[in-house]
Design a binder for this molecule. Structure first.
Ligand code: FAD
Ligand code: SIN
Length: 530
């Protein structure tokens, strides 16, 4: 049996799980109000944030205004957004952009010194601030640098959060937040020592990002396994809206590559046109906004065209745009495609939809508080009410930074009323002596990805969902039994988490007896658009 290491028990006022835009911006805001620790399962800058291409939305100049951004967000959200949250995020955007710049983020500007604004699907105006076609990389670079140079923030890389430490106070109102479950920190697998350590905290922020790795074809990095959502669900916190998985319409068709390389939606804002392999345009058949319709509509249209023609992909065509402009605005996409023999100034780009973003997640209130006391959540792992049934493009980096700010303010205001819970036991790994063969884990992981892609993808049906649930149940029992018997490993924890996230997606999809936003079920063919 592996021994737990009591001497390694650490205590922090603010514990942050995840080092993307949500986690690091929260860390920078609370630093100075107590001891801060960021844990992250790999390196500090290995995040989905670093993959973001298109940019971050914010109203800047006339003729754009807050009401237009609010309406675009509500329209995309298919009647399920929380209007109060939408207003908050949209109106706080300019302040948060200033903050990102103060931390060192550079956004592209035009020759007259104004922001060079892009436009993406569902946006009625040009309002996407960006840094070339690698905005997320630039934001991550700036935040990582700011965090590394802040002496108040400890960073623990290669630390994998396994489970939240919580206590259920039966029927008791434990604090003014009303929550009867409280979070006291987390058990963490130190990947270097292979020990499970206990980290105690007064306040914890879950910022573990998305769930794309649950699907076979995804733009998300393979570590996007929904760990935070699964941990909160196991701790009996509320998770909602998981049926709303957003498929990005245009990932590069290159079957051997995982994750799939994204072809930013900004390319359609730039004039890119979707075409079938026979060269025919098709978006006019589906929506009057054609190539700039919201993502759910474009992804379903592509899916339908591929099914009708039997083709494995459609094309995105920018060859009619000036070659120099393409290279200046989209240097990374240009280089990537060129490395595969596709010169996008002359050749059309083969594209397919790919799982991209989880609109649902850990339910939080306007202050970023989850339903578990002392536990906040922000970024893609959370469900704030901004996205509703379908996220508007480039609203996620924005949501992450606005809600990290709200959570930081609330946590700072409450931190003095908490103490550490020293009675927390060490991780118990009694009876877990075996290390399982990796093949059992990797094979189950592949099965989940297939189940989710075949039965719980862009188009669903009651029968497909039932089949997915039945198959997943077998994997669930096998994996739980494995988990009880085995020493903890990152691979096994991720497998367990993807199964739980898959279960939540299917369960929520079954509970929604209608087609709405990103959830399209053939048994309820009429798409509701409130
Ligand atoms: P992340 O950036 O994913 O960070 C999560 C962190 O949690 C990581 O550090 C990870 O290692 C850590 N972690 C996870 N589990 C554990 C664990 N068990 N223990 C310890 N650490 C853990 N959005 C936009 O608004 N605009 C865009 O242009 C845009 N482009 C995109 C392009 C691509 C290809 C992709 C995939 C997404 C894009 N998105 C975009 C979405 C956006 O990038 C993400 O929603 C956002 O970056 C999520 O930030 P986050 O801080 O919530 O999580
Ligand atoms: C993109 O650049 O198309 C991605 C934008 C987003 O996911 O918001």
């Amino acid at each position: 049996m592996r021994k737990t290491d009591i001497s390694r028990r650490k205590k922090y006022d603010f514990l942050i799980i995840g080092s993307g835009i949500a986690g690091l911006s929260f860390a920078l805001k609370v630093a100075g109000h107590g001891k801060v620790c960021v844990i992250t399962k790999h390196k500090l800058d290995e995040t989905t944030t670093a993959y973001a291409q298109g940019g971050i939305s914010s109203v800047t100049y006339q003729p754009d205004d807050f009401e237009k951004h609010i309406n675009d967000t509500l329209n995309a959200g298919a009647g399920l957004c929380n209007p109060e949250v939408v207003r908050k995020v949209v109106t706080e955007a300019p302040e948060q952009i200033k903050q990102l710049m103060a931390w060192g983020t550079r956004f592209d500007k035009t020759q007259d010194g104004k922001f060079d604004l892009h436009r993406e699907g569902g946006h009625s105006e040009h309002r996407i601030l960006h840094h070339k076609d690698n905005t997320g990389f630039e934001i991550q670079r700036a935040l990582t640098k700011a965090v590394k140079s802040n002496p108040n923030i400890d960073v623990l890389e290669d630390h994998f959060a396994v489970e939240l430490i919580t206590q259920h106070h039966l029927g008791e109102i434990v604090n003014k937040w009303r929550r009867d479950i409280e979070c006291y920190g987390t058990y963490v697998l130190n990947r270097k020592t292979n020990c499970v350590e206990t980290i105690l905290s007064k306040v914890t922020l879950m910022a573990t990002g998305g769930v794309g790795a649950v699907y076979q074809t995804t733009t998300n990095p393979t570590f996007a396994t929904g760990d935070g959502i699964a941990m909160v669900y196991r701790a009996k916190g509320m998770v909602e809206n998981m049926e709303f998985i957003q498929f990005h319409p245009t990932s590069l068709y290159n079957p051997k590559e995982r994750p799939s390389f994204l072809i930013t939606e900004a390319m359609r804002g730039f004039g890119g046109i979707l075409k079938r392999r026979d060269g025919q345009k098709f978006m006019h058949k589906y929506d009057e906004r054609e190539n700039l319709a919201p993502r759910d509509i474009v992804a379903r249209a592509i899916d339908n065209e591929m099914k009708t023609t039997g083709d494995d992909f459609v094309y995105l065509d920018v060859t009619h745009k000036p070659a120099e402009e393409i290279k200046t605005h989209y240097p990374n996409i240009y280089q990537k495609c060129l490395s595969l023999g596709i010169d996008i100034t002359k050749d059309m780009i083969p594209v397919v939809p790919a799982a991209h973003y989880a609109c649902g997640g850990i339910k939080v209130d306007v202050n970023g508080r989850s339903t578990i006391g002392r536990l906040y959540a922000a970024g893609e792992c959370s469900s704030s009410g901004l996205h509703g049934g379908n996220r508007l493009a480039s609203n996620s980096l924005l949501e992450a930074v606005v809600f990290a700010d709200a959570a930081a303010k609330d946590a700072i205001a409450n931190i003095s009323s908490y103490t550490f819970n020293d009675r927390v036991p060490e991780w118990n790994d009694e009876g877990t002596s075996i290390t399982e063969e990796m093949v059992l884990i990797t094979q189950s992981q592949k099965e989940i990805e297939q189940i989710m892609s075949y039965y719980v993808g862009i188009v669903r049906s009651n029968l497909r969902l039932k089949r997915a649930m039945d198959r997943l149940e077998i994997l669930y029992h096998e994996t739980e039994s494995l988990f009880q018997r085995s020493t903890v490993s990152e691979e096994l924890c991720e497998l367990r988490n993807t199964i739980q996230v898959g279960y939540l997606i299917i369960k929520h999809a079954q509970q929604r007896r209608e087609s709405r936003g990103l959830h399209f079920n053939l048994d309820y063919p009429k798409q509701l658009t409130l």
